[in-house]
Write a protein that binds this ligand. Structure first.
Ligand SMILES: [Zn+2]
Ligand SMILES: [Zn+2]
Length: 479
């Protein structure tokens, strides 16, 4: 990190490191910005603002926000942080703990696990051995990738503590920078299930709140974890589970080794090869539903996003699929039934923030020629409630977007064939420009894009006049 040349100007990150390292308590962002500017004056038009941005850039790298106006250096956020490791029989048999699974993300990003120090409750170092059995992951598309996963063997300590697989190992971070971890054994009869559940819930809710309020749809574990520890009022209280156990138990979220995502948010590009390699399905399993749920009628109002005055209301049954919904929408909006892909997304309101924000969950693509990943999804499986929104895009080239809102869920009517159109906007007819020249008002059916472009106004034509018209690029009008 340090430059060999004394003349080199240190970066903002380096200066912040210098200021943050000796801190023993949180610091106001304004004060930190001032200190930063004293060490390296800024030529920016608004130096204070520029310094605040530099500080924010170090979130998760050097610091986290205690609240909007105060930051905590990471070493302090983690100081005294506690969590627990659950054991398997294999752990106990081998007196071993997996390095990545047990300790990664609880130590500095560049920390070499070989340099870890374990101490017991009296501060005495715990002897251990480190082994690195190769760990192979097979990718379908590439050759095998081999990881060296460090494993800690703590034979003497496991024996002295008489560790049994239902015990928990409590970890306390004694020194984050130096990688000093205090290990304690919690026996089965010492475990308070209710207290632990509350603690885990606190962590889960903290992660989820950060996920809901973040700009994008994932949060870095290197921000989420220390922020939660920095903000918890009683850090030395009951140690929660390892973050991965907490997230795995929460149906709202999933995690890889780097970040936390919405459980229904689809898969990231990083996840896909792993899932393919392990044979996990990329398509959510079809949920089963009762006969009654399958019969229910969903009334959806669909409007063109570009022209909301054009809308239709359609009804279809719970057992019918996104392919059926695609079919009725193509029909009622006069889109081509035999061409172009289309796709559906569920729009879900996010909490936090001043404006109402939505995230979009990909429900899959409909391909008129073959099976698309959304084709078989039953409407009832979407678990829609009145007021819920979907996005429908017809033709990914022209991107004709529609907003769908669920109006009602009701019982089917006897003798009615679903899906069906039940309402549409009152048409606002426009008239043929050629007929108008002769003083006639004929409803226009077509728009000529070639002439409209040339004349910089809409050239609308009736069926009759189109036949007389040159061989131009025309499209049918939608009313
Ligand atoms: Zn005409
Ligand atoms: Zn024309």
């Amino acid at each position: 990190m340090k430059s060999p040349k004394a003349t080199k100007i240190p970066t903002y990150a380096e200066i912040l490191h210098e200021i943050l390292s000796p801190l023993t308590s949180p610091i106001a962002t304004e004060e930190l910005a001032e200190k930063l500017l004293q060490k390296r004056p800024s030529k920016a038009r608004n130096p204070r603002q520029a310094a605040l941005i530099k500080i924010r850039e170090e979130t998760g790298r050097q610091l986290v926000y205690l609240d909007p106006d105060h930051v905590v250096p990471l070493h302090l956020a983690y100081q005294g942080a506690r969590y627990r490791i659950r054991l398997t029989r294999e752990n106990v048999d081998q007196t071993a703990l997996s390095g990545f699974e047990s300790f990664e993300n609880y130590l500095p990003p560049s920390f070499k696990l070989e340099n870890i120090t374990f101490i017991d409750s009296r501060g005495t170092p715990i002897p251990f051995q480190i082994v690195k059995p190769p760990h192979t992951v097979t990718f379908t598309s590439e050759k095998n990738v081999e990881y060296q996963e460090p494993v800690f063997i703590l034979k003497a300590w496991f024996r002295s503590q008489k560790i049994f697989h239902k015990h928990h190992i409590l970890v306390t971070i004694a020194d984050w920078d130096q990688g000093v971890l205090r290990l304690e054994c919690e026996k089965l009869n010492e475990q308070g299930a209710r207290l632990l559940a509350e603690r885990n819930q606190h962590f889960a809710d903290s992660f989820y709140e950060m996920l809901e309020t973040t700009k994008y749809e994932d949060i870095d574990l290197r921000v989420a974890l220390p922020t939660t520890y920095a903000r918890i009022p009683d850090k030395n209280g009951c140690p929660p589970d390892h973050y991965r156990v907490i997230i795995d138990q929460d149906p709202r979220m999933i995690t890889n080794r780097w970040s936390i995502h919405y459980a229904d948010g689809g898969f990231t590009m990083q996840d896909r090869p792993f899932m393919e390699a392990t044979g996990q399905s990329l398509i959510a399993p079809a949920e089963s539903y009762t006969k009654e749920e399958g019969q229910q009628v969903y009334r959806l109002r669909a409007q063109l996003t570009q022209n909301p005055s054009l809308w239709r209301e359609v009804e279809l049954q719970g057992k019918q699929t996104l392919e059926n919904l695609d079919g009725i929408l193509r029909d009622t909006f006069e889109h081509d039934i035999f061409d172009h892909l289309s796709g559906f997304w569920k729009r879900i309101a996010r909490s936090g923030g001043v404006r109402k924000r939505y995230r979009e969950v990909d429900l899959g693509t409909i391909n008129p020629f073959e099976y698309g990943e959304g084709s078989d999804t039953a409407i009832t499986a979407l678990k829609l409630q009145v007021g819920d929104q979907l996005k429908y895009v017809y033709d990914f080239g022209d991107w004709i977007e529609h907003k769908l809102v669920l109006q009602s869920i009701s019982s089917p009517e006897k003798g009615v064939h679903y899906p069906r159109e039940v309402a549409r906007n009152k048409p606002k007819y426009e008239y043929c420009v050629e007929c108008q020249k002769n003083g006639q008002q004929t409803v226009a059916i077509w728009i000529c894009y070639t002439c409209s472009n040339d004349e910089q106004r809409d050239i609308l034509l009736c069926d009759h006049c189109l036949r007389e018209h040159e061989d131009h690029y025309v499209k049918k009008l939608l009313y």
